[in-house]
Ligand binder design. Structure first.
Ligand code: ADP
Ligand code: AMP
Length: 216
């Protein structure tokens, strides 16, 4: 099964993608994670993307389409994948349709995580991640059982993203409303869109998504 998690920054896409990955053996494909890895490695793509990401704007379509096209060809995607943070523009969605058709793959469902803007700022500014395994946490909503120690792998180094500050969050939300929200209509017209309430607690969101996926 191949699916898209669609929602603004902080909607809970990464949190839920990791849970779906574990529960269903699908692979999470986060263009944000891939771009951050490229920035950290100092590749050409990373150097082109860095300042754009810091400003909370969208990286150019050709960069992210190229990244996803290559990644989908890797063997671990054969069982199915969860797109997290891609597509983010209509041009990206059209390119995805084209490349899935070329690769004989299907898009089974797009799950729209409906959330309100205001609580997202707090979700994003309180977010931190285990540097070793990537497990995501929150200062208030998802603290590790022992302060500073990852529940999942025991790692002790937690990181915060450079773009997870209030000012950049506002730009990222504006980019979502202007450039990404039209995809709700795009996938609605294709008949693959399912919407869930992303304002509920993390476990409740997981069970709503599970109900949707069981019906696919
Ligand atoms: P996204 O990948 O959509 O940007 P994340 O999954 O990283 O969002 O979630 C953003 C932050 O909000 C994280 O710190 C996460 O722990 C927290 N979070 C995720 N889902 C919920 C939820 N349903 N309620 C409260 N906090 C949440
Ligand atoms: P994310 O981790 O999904 O919050 O993405 C972090 C940043 O990476 C975004 O603010 C964009 O600058 C960039 N980015 C990630 N995915 C895409 C995409 N599909 N299209 C354009 N820019 C992206």
């Amino acid at each position: 099964m191949n699916l898209i998690l669609l929602g603004p920054p902080g909607a809970g896409k990464g949190t839920q993608a990791k849970r779906i990955e574990e529960a269903r053996g699908l692979v999470q494909l986060s263009t944000g994670d891939m771009l951050r890895a490229a920035v950290a490695a100092g590749t050409e793509v990373g150097n082109r993307a860095k300042a754009v990401m810091e400003a909370g704007e969208l990286v150019s379509d050709d960069i992210v389409i190229g990244i996803i096209s290559e990644r989908i060809d890797e063997p671990d995607c054969e069982n199915g994948f969860i797109l997290d943070g891609f597509p983010r523009t209509v041009a990206q969605a059209e390119a995805l349709d084209k490349l899935l058709a070329e690769k004989n793959k299907t898009l089974d469902v797009v799950i729209e995580m409906q959330v309100e803007d205001d609580p997202l700022v707090g979700r994003i500014t309180g977010r931190f991640t285990c540097a070793k395994c990537g497990e995501g946490y929150h200062d208030e909503f998802k603290k590790p059982a022992r302060d500073g120690i990852c529940d999942k792998c025991g790692g002790t180094q937690m990181t915060r993203r450079a773009d997870d500050n209030e000012e950049t969050v506002r730009s990222r939300l504006a980019a979502y409303h202007e450039q990404t929200a039209p995809l709700i209509d795009y996938y609605g017209k294709k008949g693959v869109l399912k919407s869930i309430d992303g304002m509920k607690a993390i476990d409740e969101v997981t069970s709503q998504i599970s109900t949707v996926l069981d019906a696919v």
